[in-house]
Every structure is written in structure tokens, then in C-alpha cells.
Design a protein around this ligand. Structure first.
Ligand code: SAH
Length: 354
């Protein structure tokens, strides 16, 4: 029993069941605010923490997009949920290949966790680029071209779940059971027909949607359509066909755990619906390329050549470098489950890798 669990139980006792989105909204900030969740000693590991090659290739992709759009003035390099700042540090190092960009760019890190802001500040201290922090995308300065990356950010945004019953689609809620424990249940009243955009679901099917994720993708699409630039969204999730599965998960110390048992002690996340993000970005006025699998994307950007180059450096550990490549691109590792889309101004040239 934790203080947060008790607060949530008291809230439900007084106001009734809460949606999964409300539950995640209460729990996630408490989780991220108190720890660095990344790496071997933390709860999970992400691509930038696997290898420097990941952030380098993303840096070069963003530089290429900037170049292809005629090098627009005063670019902002924005990262949503930068974790330890590793991706940004690797991207900035790779951007030294395009000094005009590297000298012009200002970095904005959208990060709510004060613990992680400290870590990011330390990681980027050497980079000699101006860095500022923002609480949300809303606070990112307007009227400037954006070069934006979000890796494993959208999976951490709240989702809602609806279950197909003989009464129609009913929202899955967090409630209290007879013993006063947190449990899942289904709202008695169905939502309006037509709110679930997919047909043909069998009874028991689960439809997941992330209203904040869709709203953010639309806003990014709007800003990029108006101000120029490019965004890369990388995450684990569905490509074209989202299906009807329940994907909310809790991870602690690299293992799955119960979503409700100890709120804020584990990382909650859910599969990202890339088709939904793409339509939201298009609603905002942007064009979208992808989704591609992370494996195809990184392969297309030349990760194997980069690995060969690193492996040939004196004192390198080639076996380790090729193991890292496999981790990032192999089908049975992060290569297929993880997907990539880019959000671009309408009529932008086709980006590499997508
Ligand atoms: N992109 C990093 C970290 C992924 S973990 C990497 O790939 O290693 C998710 C990150 O998003 C953390 O930095 C977390 O603090 C941040 N975060 C989660 N929810 C957020 C929100 N609503 N607003 C801003 N940052 C958030």
C-alpha cells in the first residue's frame, strides 16, 4: 500500500470509477518525477541507450530535412521526453558534419521530470549549444522551423480503452472491488455508436485511443505545416492495422508487473497507434511519411556502414557494436515492433529511410 494508491482509492470511493487515462495521469508524473528509469539499473532501456549510432543517424536525418527545405533560418531542435539526453548529445555531435545548422540551432527539451532535467543538463553540458527546457509542446517558441524528435514519448501518454460488449462499446475503468482493492471494470453505459472508428470487432475486443497523443500529433502537424521543419516519431506500436488488443503494460526492473498493484513504482505504457497519429498530423495540415519499421528505417540510413566505421576505430569492440546493431534492427528485437513516422510540411521532398 502506498500513499498514492490510497489517494486514488479515496478518489474512486468518493467520486466513482476513473478512466484508465485518469489513472495514468495521476500515476505517470509520480513515476517519472522521482527517478531515472533508464538503463540496466533502471526499469527499461531505450534505443539511444543501446548505441550512439541511433542518435547520430537521427541527427543526420534532421540535418538532411533542414537542408532539403532550403536551410530555413533560426531552427529549433526539439526533443519530447529526452530521458537522459543521450539521443540529443549524439545527434548534436553528428550535426557537426553540417556546421551551418549546428551553429544556428537552439535546443528545446520538453521534459516534466526535474530529476531527468538535471541528468539532461549534465549530458549536454559539453555540447556548447544553447539549451532550454519546456513543460509542454505548447511552450515551444512559435514561428520558427522545428526539427523535432520523440523517441518512446507517445507510449507514455494516457490512453482510454473501450471494450466491445453486447450493449456496445463500454469504457474500461479503474474501480474498487469488494475488498477495497483497485481493479478493472467496465462502465455500464455504452459510448455513442461511431466513436470507435473501426468495424468488425468481436465481443470482448478492446479499442485503445490516446486523446492527448492524437492532440499532440495534430499540433505538431499544424506547427510544421506553418513554420517548416520535420518531426520524427519513433515508438513501439502498430503500423497500418491497430487490431483490437489490450496493450497497457507496467514494467519494473525490466520485467512486466501488475498495472494496478503499486502505482508509480513501475513504468506504464501502451502501444502507439501510428495510423491514428498520422491522421492527426494530416488533420493539422502536414504530410506524413511512413510508418516504416525501425529496422528498415535505420538500415536505410546506413546503420551497418556506421557500425563498420566504428568497429574499425582502434580499440573498438566490434562484437559489441554489431550486437548493438542487431538489438536495434533485428526482427526479434527492436527492429519490427518499433516503428517510425515523419511529419513534414505539405509537398516536402521524400525523406530518407521512409
Ligand atoms: N526519449 C528517451 C526517454 C524515454 S522515457 C529515450 O529514448 O531514452 C519517456 C521520457 O518522457 C522521460 O524523459 C519522461 O520524463 C518524459 N515524459 C513522460 N511524460 C511526459 C509528459 N507528459 N511531458 C513531458 N515529458 C514527459
Amino acid at each position: 500500500m502506498t500513499a498514492l494508491r490510497d489517494r486514488i482509492a479515496a478518489l474512486i470511493a468518493s467520486q466513482g470509477p476513473i478512466s484508465i487515462a485518469e489513472y495514468m495521469t495521476l500515476v505517470l508524473p509520480a513515476y517519472y518525477a522521482t527517478r531515472d528509469p533508464l538503463g540496466a539499473k533502471g526499469d527499461f532501456i531505450t534505443s539511444p541507450e543501446v548505441s550512439q549510432m541511433f542518435g547520430e543517424l537521427i541527427g543526420l536525418w534532421l540535418a538532411q530535412a533542414w537542408h532539403d527545405q532550403g536551410k530555413p533560418a533560426r531552427p529549433l531542435l526539439v526533443e519530447m521526453g529526452p530521458g537522459r539526453g543521450t539521443l540529443m548529445a549524439d545527434a548534436l555531435r553528428a550535426m557537426k558534419l553540417m556546421p551551418e545548422l549546428r551553429d544556428a540551432v537552439e535546443v528545446v527539451l520538453v521534459e516534466t521530470s526535474l530529476v531527468l532535467r538535471k541528468v539532461q543538463e549534465g549530458t549536454l553540458r559539453e555540447s556548447s549549444v544553447p539549451v532550454r527546457w519546456a513543460d509542454s509542446f505548447e511552450d515551444v517558441p512559435r514561428n520558427r522551423p522545428l526539427l523535432l524528435v520523440a523517441n518512446e514519448f507517445f507510449d507514455a501518454l494516457p490512453i482510454r480503452q473501450y471494450v466491445k460488449t453486447d450493449r456496445g462499446w463500454c469504457e474500461r475503468m479503474v474501480m474498487l472491488d469488494a475488498r477495497g482493492e483497485l481493479g478493472f471494470g467496465i462502465a455500464p453505459v455504452a459510448i455513442g455508436a461511431g466513436l470507435v472508428p473501426r468495424d468488425g470487432a468481436p465481443l470482448g475486443a478492446v479499442y485503445e485511443t490516446s486523446p492527448p497523443g492524437d492532440a499532440l500529433a495534430e499540433e505538431i502537424g499544424f506547427r510544421i505545416a506553418h513554420d517548416g521543419g520535420a518531426a520524427l516519431v519513433i515508438d513501439y506500436g502498430y503500423g497500418a492495422d491497430a487490431g483490437f488488443a489490450e496493450t497497457l503494460q507496467a514494467v519494473k526492473s525490466h520485467s512486466f508487473t501488475d498495472v494496478l498493484i503499486d502505482p508509480s513504482a513501475s513504468d506504464l505504457s501502451a502501444h502507439v497507434d501510428f495510423a491514428a497519429l498520422a491522421s492527426a498530423a494530416r488533420r493539422g495540415g502536414a504530410s506524413v511519411a511512413g510508418p516504416a519499421s525501425q529496422g528498415d528505417f535505420l538500415d536505410g540510413l546506413g546503420i551497418r556502414h556506421r557500425a563498420d566505421a566504428l568497429a574499425n576505430v582502434r580499440g573498438a569492440d566490434p562484437e559489441k557494436i554489431y550486437r548493438q546493431v542487431a538489438r536495434l534492427i533485428d526482427d526479434d528485437q527492436m527492429g519490427t515492433l518499433f516503428k517510425v513516422i515523419s511529419i513534414l510540411p505539405p509537398n516536402a521532398p521524400k525523406p530518407p529511410g521512409l
